[in-house]
Design a protein around this ligand. Sequence first.
Ligand code: PLP
Length: 291
Amino acid sequence: MDGQYLPISEAKISVLDYGFLHSDATYDVVHVWEGAFFRLDDHLDRFFAGLDKLHMSIPYDKKQVTDILRNCVALSGLKNAYVEFICTRGTSPTFSRDPRDAVNRFIAFAIPFGSVANPEQLKHGLHAAITPLQRIPPQSVDPTVKNYHWLDLVKGLYAAFEVGADTAMLVDAEGNVSEGPGFNIFAVTDGKVLTPKYGVLRGITRQTIFDICHTLGIACLAGDLSPAKLKQADEVFVTSTAGGVMPVTKIDAEPMGRGLPGPLTGQITERYWGMHRDDKYRLLVEYPATT
Ligand code: PLP
């Protein structure tokens, strides 16, 4: 933060930062697994594209951000880490309300790896509730720019907890399934994989699923996914950098398939973690000799 590495408890921003006041920010999250970043270049591409779309700039290029993230993780000593990097609109020295006057701020941090699903849920599957809540429409907030407009997702979580579910799935303006708090959604029907196309973040894990399916010779498409189609699927899973590929075994009151994580979900999950050992996708962290 501000060109310094510091303990996370000391990393603080001004209450006047528009990132805080207006959610005027973009960010990305990459993970480090067994001492290596996974698909960092893809996360950087998404982040820098977001900066452009929001008219923001930072005084670093992709190589410099890579160095900062590597240093952050190395200093934390974490072998499995959740690494977030953020650009906020920042503050305007004159308190002007014109976003062009604000000085953008870059922050990056590394904390222990976290997952949408806990170990029990990873083993037995998540219980998701499809809420009637509509995800913020893409005409309002571009979902391909990773953002903190989460009030709909948080509202969804409370609605899910009320019916005893673990997490929520939101819909789009047409009533099709979109995404959930921090994850993309996939359905497997008759050996074919389908994920929502519109109004969702183009998750890096989602892209990895496309890649894995391509290698396995499995059809994987982005298109409309109605709640009915999702509930009739043979298998359902959700994906996030925070957790990878996570099975869903119950939607609303109905168990999916036999109520167990599906075989294709298992195969894809294995491939996903296997790719973490492939030099094509990983970038090693160089830890100080003492850690
Ligand atoms: N959708 C939303 C709204 C998210 O916040 C996230 C990740 O945090 C995802 C999807 C999954 O994206 P990725 O696979 O890049 O982590």
